[in-house]
Design a protein around this ligand. Structure first.
Ligand SMILES: NC(=O)c1ccc[n+]([C@@H]2O[C@H](COP(=O)([O-])OP(=O)(O)OC[C@H]3O[C@@H](n4cnc5c(N)ncnc54)[C@H](OP(=O)(O)O)[C@@H]3O)[C@@H](O)[C@H]2O)c1
Length: 326
C-alpha cells in the first residue's frame, strides 16, 4: 500500500517519502480501516520536524486524521465491515490502510462525504473544547479568533457562529482578508498586525471579547491579552507563529480575565464522557447542516509535498485533504 513515511526528522521534509509498505496488522482493540481521505493538521508538519509534544521515533507513517470504511473489527466493538468512520491516531493516516484504536473512531455524520469526514473531527473538537468546554461560550458573546485562515481557526469561527456568537476573525495575511470575508462566517475580518486591540474595541463598542481563541502565539498572543473583556477567557491553542509568548501575571489580575490552556485530545482522554458528548454534538450540528469544514484543496497523496509546503508557507484558507489512493 502507499504510505507517507518519515524516515528521519527534517525541517525541509527531505526525510519524508511516499513508499510502499505492507498493510498494518490489526491488533485486538483496533479497527482496520480502508482510508478514503485523510486531512492535514499542523501537528503532522511539527511531528516530521520533531517539534511536536508527541515525538514518535522514525521510521513512522505520518497522518493523524482519516476517514474511510471499516475492513475488520473486534466482535462487540460497535464497528462492522463497511461502516463509514472518521478519526485516527497520532500517526498512520496517510496510507491506504490504517489500524486505529476503536476509541479513536466514530461514524461519519449523515450527509458528509469522506473528505468532509476527514476534515471535521480534529478541527471541530479542538474548537468545541476551547470555546464551549473551557471558554463557556454562550449565544450573544463576542469571540476573537486569530490565525483565522487555519483549519482549527475556521472551525472555531464556524462553530461560534452556529452557537450564536458574534465573531471577529483576525488574520496575519493581508492577502487572505478578502477571501476570509467571502468564505468564512465571521462578522468582521481584521488584520492581526500591531495594535489591533483598538479595532477590536471599536467593533465591540468598547466591550472587548468574552473569548479569545489564539492558535498563533507570539506577538499576536501579546496583543490578545489586551483584547479580552473583564471576566473573559484567553484560550491558548497553539504557537503556529513559532514563538511561545510569556505574560506578566499582573495583566490577567488587573484585567480580571483567565488564561486557559487547551489540549483537546488529552481533554477527551481524561474525560471520556465529555469526549463522547463533544463528538456527538459536532455530529449533530454537522448533520443538521449548521457547521461544515472548510476545505482549501484536495490533492492526491503523491502531491503530499504541495500540501505540506502550502501549510508551512501560510497559503491555505482551510484544510488540505489527501486522496490516499493516488
Ligand atoms: N491545543 C490543541 O488541542 C490543538 C489541537 C489542534 C491543533 N492545535 C494547534 O493549533 C494551531 C493551528 O493548527 P491548524 O491545523 O489549524 O494549522 P493551519 O491550518 O496551518 O493554521 C495555522 C494558521 O496560523 C496562522 N499563522 C500565523 N503565523 C504563522 C506561521 N508563522 N506559520 C504558519 N501559520 C501561521 C495562519 O493564519 P493567518 O495567515 O490567517 O494568520 C495559519 O493559517 C497549531 O499550532 C496546532 O499545533 C492545537
Amino acid at each position: 500500500m502507499h504510505a507517507l513515511r518519515v524516515n528521519e526528522l527534517s525541517d525541509d521534509l527531505s526525510g519524508v517519502e511516499l513508499g510502499d509498505l505492507p498493510a498494518p496488522e490489526r491488533q485486538p482493540g483496533e479497527v482496520l480501516v480502508r482510508v478514503r481521505a485523510a486531512s492535514l493538521n499542523f501537528p503532522d508538519l511539527l511531528m516530521m520536524r520533531g517539534e511536536y509534544q508527541f515525538k514518535p521515533d522514525p521510521p513512522f507513517t505520518s497522518g493523524l486524521e482519516l476517514a474511510g470504511e471499516v475492513i475488520d473489527a473486534d466482535a462487540g466493538s460497535g464497528f462492522a465491515a463497511g461502516d463509514r468512520v472518521m478519526g485516527g491516531n497520532k500517526t498512520g493516516a496517510f496510507a491506504e490502510i490504517a489500524s486505529v484504536p476503536q476509541g479513536g473512531l466514530s461514524r461519519i455524520p449523515e450527509g458528509l462525504d469522506f473528505a468532509q469526514g476527514a476534515a471535521l473531527g480534529a478541527a471541530y473538537s479542538t474548537a468545541y473544547t476551547g470555546l464551549v468546554e473551557l471558554g463557556g461560550l454562550t449565544a450573544g458573546q463576542w469571540v476573537l479568533v486569530t490565525g483565522a485562515s487555519g483549519g482549527v481557526a475556521l472551525a472555531a469561527i464556524d462553530l461560534a457562529k452556529a452557537l450564536g456568537a458574534k465573531v471577529i476573525a483576525a488574520t496575519g495575511s493581508p492577502g487572505k482578508r478578502a477571501m476570509l470575508e467571502e468564505r468564512s462566517r465571521a462578522d468582521h475580518v481584521i488584520l492581526a498586525e500591531g495594535r489591533f486591540r483598538e479595532r477590536v474595541a471599536e467593533l465591540t463598542g468598547g466591550a472587548l471579547c468574552d473569548i479569545v481563541f489564539d492558535p498563533v502565539g507570539g506577538d499576536v498572543f501579546d496583543e490578545c491579552t489586551r483584547c479580552v473583556a473583564f471576566g473573559g477567557k484567553l484560550v491558548v491553542v497553539g504557537f503556529a507563529g513559532g514563538r511561545i509568548a510569556e505574560v506578566a501575571t499582573n495583566i490577567p489580575l488587573i484585567k480580571g480575565f483567565s488564561i486557559v490552556g487547551l489540549r483537546a485530545g488529552e481533554y477527551a482522554r481524561r474525560f471520556p464522557e465529555r469526549g463522547r458528548a463533544i463528538a456527538a454534538e459536532i455530529a449533530r450540528l454537522a448533520e443538521a447542516g449548521r457547521i461544515a469544514p472548510a476545505i482549501d484543496r484536495t490533492l492526491p497523496l503523491s502531491h503530499w509535498r504541495e500540501g505540506f509546503e502550502a501549510m508551512a508557507n501560510r497559503e491555505l484558507v482551510g484544510k488540505v485533504v489527501f486522496d490516499v489512493s493516488r
